[in-house]
Design a protein. Sequence first.
Length: 278
Amino acid sequence: MVLTVSGCRLNSRLATAMFVALLIAACSAGPPRPSYPAYIVVDELPDAFIAGLPGVRAKQLAVDLRTQRASYRILIPSDWSFTTGASPGQSVEIFVLAGSIELGEFLLEAGGYAYIPSGMTGMSMTSDDGASILYFLDHADEAAVIQTPLITNSNLIDWQAEDIGVSVKELRADPGSGARTWLLKIDEDAILSWQRSSRAVEGYLLAGGMNYSECVGELFGTEPYSPGGYFHRPPGAIHGGPESTTIGSATWYLRVTGTDTVDVVDGCAAGSEPQATF
């Protein structure tokens, strides 16, 4: 008799209980996974409550209880309105995924971006037909130069080539704090290098699909992202590499909260998987 276990075949006459157990483990083992949030399917996260935004459905992407930094994807219902209070200690960042919102006197439709620095007075936010948005809270940074609201439409910004098959749209780049938010488009002809960043980087896949590699010690795992995929990669983590490929093209929403230095490295290395940090 031939026994099949998770796609593997063996002759049962030769199988001992220990051998079968080892085979099951070997066949079911997937690629190595990092300890930090990666390959997150946001749709599968539980709903979270946001005291400051009543009536919305939120998916909590990341949170730091010490600093109150937090990242969310929020579904705003139709006929919704709210007025924010003053924010002496926190900035707010918004990117509209679908639908539209009115932020004060500004209409933000899909692709609309807003950065509201800490210390601003209350601002109304409404939606007639509902919207899906990315919503980020950050603590005040004294080094920040941008101290007035920044509102733009990413659809009106031209892509700037950064490398073969890689283009960017800058949404925010603070020359004082080094904080940066940008869109990154990776095409099929891109050949990615192994990289390591000095700051934590978080990303949300807006469009397309991508198989992406993350190092776990000297090994790496490559897994797929589809729209709504999320990661929060700590400083020092090695990622990318030639096994990282797109399906068509992939567009990411990326952000760092301070000056980031990116180094190109030869590949995965022992001790290269840092612990998660915000």
